[in-house]
Design a protein around this ligand. Sequence first.
Ligand code: NAP
Length: 261
Amino acid sequence: MDQKDPNSYTPAAAAGVTGRIALITGASQGIGRACALELAKSGAKVILAARNLEKLHSVAAEINAAGGKAHTYALDVSSEDSIKSTMKTILADLGKVEILVNNAGITKDGLAMRMKTSDFEDVLRTNLIGAFLLSQAVISPMVKARWGRIINITSVVGETGAAGQANYAASKAGLIGLTKSLARELASRSITVNAIAPGFIQTAMTDELTDAQKSSILAHIPLARYGVDADIAAAVAFLASDAASYITGHTLDVNGGMYMG
Ligand code: NAP
């Protein structure tokens, strides 16, 4: 980004983010893509990771065309081997990761009484264990640099529970516990660890719901609109910035008021 262009540069939002290296998982679409665009706009060099490399290339092209800097890496967060080998390559190529956004996530909904163990495990492996392993991989470089930001994308459902989502809610509640524990472990090195709990955000994930389900959710949102990916990206950019340097272990609700913890 041209930092002299007042239309593409907001000093307050970018303070502390400019020039940093940020890894965003699940950056091929939806919330992850929006986070990557926003961090790049704030001056970060962004590393886009997900399984679908073709989609990542098109997000990277969008960022690079706007004057940002984006790199792409194929990564399956549900595989420890993939995380280990990709992180090794990323650290060899770029030296460090200063901002980690654990955003990749999946759902495999079903009533608990009929849920297959494999569906429970798959969701935990992607949403929770993947975030743990990636955090583990960046801790050492962050500790050396005595600066870091880990931002975990949890969900309102991790706070409230949801019928039909025992696996997803457990993974997202687990992320909140992981966030608080890492925040305590890493605070002395100026590494903050926070979570963002989106409510209903219009993406491919929520497109799967029926119109009746969507209307019933809307009725419980005091701000009377669905969220958009940019609502979450703005919160990520804030938590990554110097303006949030005294915030750690926090779960930031970005949900239009549908749950007030
Ligand atoms: P989405 O549109 O379905 O995008 C999910 C992203 O995760 C994709 O980029 C996907 O890329 C990636 N992903 C999935 N499995 C992966 C794996 N094994 N390894 C690497 N990347 C993987 O979903 P979204 O709505 O943007 O959701 C993003 C995050 O926000 C998720 O953690 C979700 O739980 C959370 N969230 C969403 C909402 C909402 O209302 N949308 C609400 C609360 C929380 P590939 O398929 O290319 O790998």
